[in-house]
Design a protein around this ligand. Structure first.
Ligand SMILES: [Cu+2]
Length: 344
């Protein structure tokens, strides 16, 4: 973690030392909303460094699209997940060896925290006992390398082929003490791991259209697991589709609205390190209760810092409006993305 902290500090030092003059022709909405990755290309020889902070809040459980209370879950299980916070710090770099190709690197550092309720049966004639416990994990996530290839360009639009590879750099053996582990650290279920453990191919297409007073774009990206990890499972494949509309305002700002849809499969296989008994005690350990689909709406702002057109600060708030989950499974309430981008 110390390495990343010093990396952040050197990047911020770079931000404050950069004395690049403003280029009035660069619009704040020339990059998409900050929650979208790989939305734009760079000119030949251009570099971009970025830092994003992402926070996702999950609270309460769904079965399909119906709410499921803790009491209802504890009728079938001894442990119910209550809520989860996922935080991600992501360092990114982009470099364009030519106008038709932009290379990309993304390095995430992830931390997860989940609160649970647990119910233990007392002795004969005794009331069941309720307690709570929290598990936490953190570490380097899966590093992504890839490229954006320009398929088609007109005076106001670009069509991009996105292709990246996600590397299994994140741990799938994260442990913590649980309410049932008698003080020992034990391996945690799928959603608390910081990595997938698999090589994943991420193909996609992005379209951008820039008009004098507004811009819009759309992107679809799939995540395809290419193999099985060392613990004999692979996370579900995913497909994400999103579209946005943005408008410049007050010279160096732009606002955006965005919609997104995501579908993901259940876990394929079953972790060889989780006891097979676990999935009868806690729903998060069941590989068949991981899939689902979700619709999000988002609002964001991009700002080009005056005096140095290459520094951009951006924020996006993402609210989940519809979910259909193989449950019981924790539902996502909202996500927040803060980002800083420096182009050189
Ligand atoms: Cu970029």
């Amino acid at each position: 973690m110390l390495l990343f902290r010093s990396l952040f500090i050197s990047l911020f030092a770079l931000l404050f030392c950069s004395t690049v003059l403003a280029d009035a022709s660069i619009r704040a909405d020339s990059h998409g909303p900050v929650g979208v990755m790989g939305d734009h290309m760079h000119k030949e020889g251009e570099w971009m460094f970025s830092y994003r902070y992402m926070q996702m809040e999950m609270d309460g459980n769904l079965d399909g699209s119906n709410n499921l209370s803790t009491d209802e879950i504890l009728q079938d299980y001894s442990v119910a997940p209550e809520n989860m916070t996922m935080e991600m710090h992501m360092l990114g770099a982009m470099y364009a060896p030519s106008n038709d190709l932009t290379l990309m690197l993304m390095v995430p550092v992830i931390s997860n925290k989940m609160d649970h309720s647990m119910q233990m049966m007392g002795g004969m004639g005794m009331m069941p006992m309720r307690s709570v416990f929290t598990t936490e994990t953190d570490g380097l996530g899966d590093i992504k390398v890839g490229g954006l290839y320009r398929l088609k360009q007109t005076s106001n639009s670009t069509l991009i082929l996105n292709l990246s590879l996600s590397l299994p750099t994140g741990s799938i053996d994260e442990k913590d003490v649980t309410g049932m582990s008698m003080g020992d650290k034990v391996i945690l279920p799928y959603s608390m791991q910081v990595g997938s453990g698999t090589y994943d191919l991420r193909p996609g297409v992005t379209y951008n259209n820039h008009q004098p007073t507004y811009s819009w774009g759309a992107q679809t990206i799939a995540t395809l697991r290419l193999d099985e990890n060392d613990n004999d499972y692979s996370l579900g494949d995913r497909i994400m589709m999103t579209a946005w509309y943005a408008r410049p305002f007050a010279k160096s700002f732009s606002w955006s609205v965005r919609g997104a849809y995501e579908y993901w499969d259940d876990v394929d296989g079953e972790s060889s390190k989780l006891s097979p008994m676990m999935k009868n005690m806690v729903p998060t350990a069941d590989p068949d209760l991981r899939g689902g689909q979700r619709v999000d709406i988002a609002a964001g702002v991009n700002w080009i810092i005056p005096g140095s057109a290459t520094n951009r600060l951006a924020v996006e708030f993402i609210r989940s409006v519809y979910q259909d989950l193989n449950g019981p499974q924790l539902e996502t309430d909202y996500s927040l993305v803060l980002g800083w981008q420096l182009s050189l």
